[in-house]
Design a binder for this molecule. Structure first.
Ligand code: AMP
Ligand code: MG
Length: 454
């Protein structure tokens, strides 16, 4: 039997012509079962010849390799107001009980619940506002006007909302029975003094920062953001601020990759562009492997001048995958060059973006000292039927509207993986499993949301 090349194996199951005719629902399910069998056969074929991974396997491989390397990371002290997106490298404990006093949660009257029955009238002896020092106890058969955030006087066991009372001079009439424990948060019920609230490895979002600020942690020891070197490749690539010749292309990948690195919690280090020449590639790769992670774009396909894999190999790179059963992004490469992990992403801009989200984002998470986050995937109803080739998982630029169960998604028309203008109209990617070649209108599909838009 002739040994099939990777590309042939991958597309063998997908070379049927698009079927535009309507397929009955029943036939569709039967057809799917048959095709699933066909794809399993196809997969077995792939495994026999080349380790073409599914995107889930490839992602898992990245997580496994980066987790093996998890160890102490460089740290720095960051002011709490500037620490958004950092990963914590210390414990944060409470400096006192929270709340530090019985805190009223409504504007109203502090009472003994037993006194404030429906129809009862009590004398109001004063008022307490947020921040007031409260020393006096509440006397029986009286009430005190109290504001949200103020300390409930000792003895009082309920706060009655002002809306459920009527005031006449210093007399307050209650319209419903007060209930013990109503409308205040008891001292120490949110956290005990000295309790650990935040632990190393936690990602700092606005809530975590508020908590740190609340307990007086004005500076936080954080893992330094991983330095991610970005190197584009290609003789045709020119800097974004230059006027390209007719057959040249501006380096948009370095810009999108830097944005994705920042979103993922890393620090982009821009190394510019390497020409499609072994000497230029190897010297710039060597420079890039001084950083925590190196991402290359372009030069990983089958063309004569796609030299990235060859050069990496000559530099002693151990490869964990060099092809993934996805479209776009199939030739994505992941390996370790010396002590550093390296990704070779395909150069077509949409391929570069998709493969970053699938494979590089979890690596940046783990290099930041945090767990790898899940892919931002939701389920939506398909607004228009779609037909795709079997054997690879497709990530199709799409637009999703609506909320929750009412979410509807439509795949956008696009000119393939170089079409950045289509992607700028997309807020998500529809994920078409390798086992399906048609998905009908109204069927539920998985959708990977663009993380920069949510
Ligand atoms: P390659 O993966 O090197 O074969 O490139 C595939 C396509 O992506 C070609 O049309 C390139 O011009 C384009 N491309 C490669 N690198 C970049 C880049 N840095 N910015 C924008 N487009 C690129
Ligand atoms: Mg190229």
């Amino acid at each position: 039997m002739r040994r099939l090349c990777r590309r042939e194996l991958c597309w063998r199951g997908g070379c049927r012509k698009r079927q535009e005719e309507k397929v009955e629902e029943k036939d569709l399910h039967k057809g799917r079962r048959e095709r699933r069998g066909h794809v399993e056969e196809l997969r077995e074929g792939l495994e026999k010849y080349l380790p073409m991974l599914t995107y889930e396997q490839a992602r898992q491989k990245v997580i496994e390799k980066l987790t093996e390397k998890k160890g102490p990371r460089a740290t720095e002290h960051v002011r709490v107001g500037d620490a958004l997106g950092f990963v914590l490298a210390q414990e944060v404990r409470t400096d006192r009980e929270y709340p530090p006093f019985n805190r009223a949660t409504r504007d109203g009257y502090a009472v003994f619940a037993a006194d404030a029955k429906a129809g009862a009238t009590l004398k109001c002896t004063g008022e307490i506002k947020a921040g007031d020092r409260v020393t006096k106890e509440l006397w029986a058969e009286t009430c005190v006007q109290i504001m949200t955030g103020a300390a409930v006087p000792s003895g009082a066991d309920a706060v009655v909302m002002i809306e459920h009372t009527k005031r006449d001079g210093d007399q307050v009439r209650f319209e419903r029975d007060a209930v013990t424990g109503q409308n205040f948060v008891p001292r120490g019920s949110e956290a005990r003094a000295g309790q650990t609230l935040l632990t190393p490895g936690m990602r700092l979002g606005y809530a975590e920062l508020a908590l740190a600020a609340q307990v007086g942690a004005a500076e936080l020891k954080c893992a330094s953001k991983p330095r991610v070197a970005i190197l584009s490749t290609g003789d045709e690539i020119v800097p974004v601020d230059s006027i390209p010749g007719r057959f040249q292309i501006r380096n948009s990948n370095s810009v999108s990759l830097a944005a994705q690195v920042r979103l993922a919690g890393g620090k982009p280090i821009l190394l510019g562009n390497a020409m499609d020449r072994e000497d230029d590639l190897s010297s710039k790769i060597r420079r890039g492997s001084q950083e925590d992670l190196l991402i290359l774009s372009g030069g990983v396909s089958m063309g004569k001048y796609d030299l990235v894999e060859k050069v990496l190999k000559e530099m002693g790179t151990e490869f964990y995958f060099d092809a993934v059963a996805i479209r776009p992004g199939k030739p994505a490469v992941f390996g370790k060059c010396g002590e550093k992990f390296v990704f070779g992403l395909p150069g077509n801009p949409v391929s570069t973006m998709v493969t970053f989200e699938l494979f590089v984002a979890p690596a940046v998470d783990l290099l930041s000292g945090a767990e790898a986050r899940e892919m931002p995937v939701v389920v939506a109803r398909l607004g228009e039927a779609l037909y795709e080739k079997l054997g690879v998982t497709h990530f199709l630029p799409a637009h999703m509207e609506g909320q929750g169960a009412g979410r509807e998604v439509k795949v956008l028309k696009w000119q393939g993986s170089g079409d950045v203008s289509a992607l700028s109209k997309a807020n998500c990617f529809v994920i078409v499993p390798a086992t399906l070649e048609k998905i009908g209108v109204g069927e539920r599909v998985e959708v990977m949301v663009r993380r920069d838009l949510i």
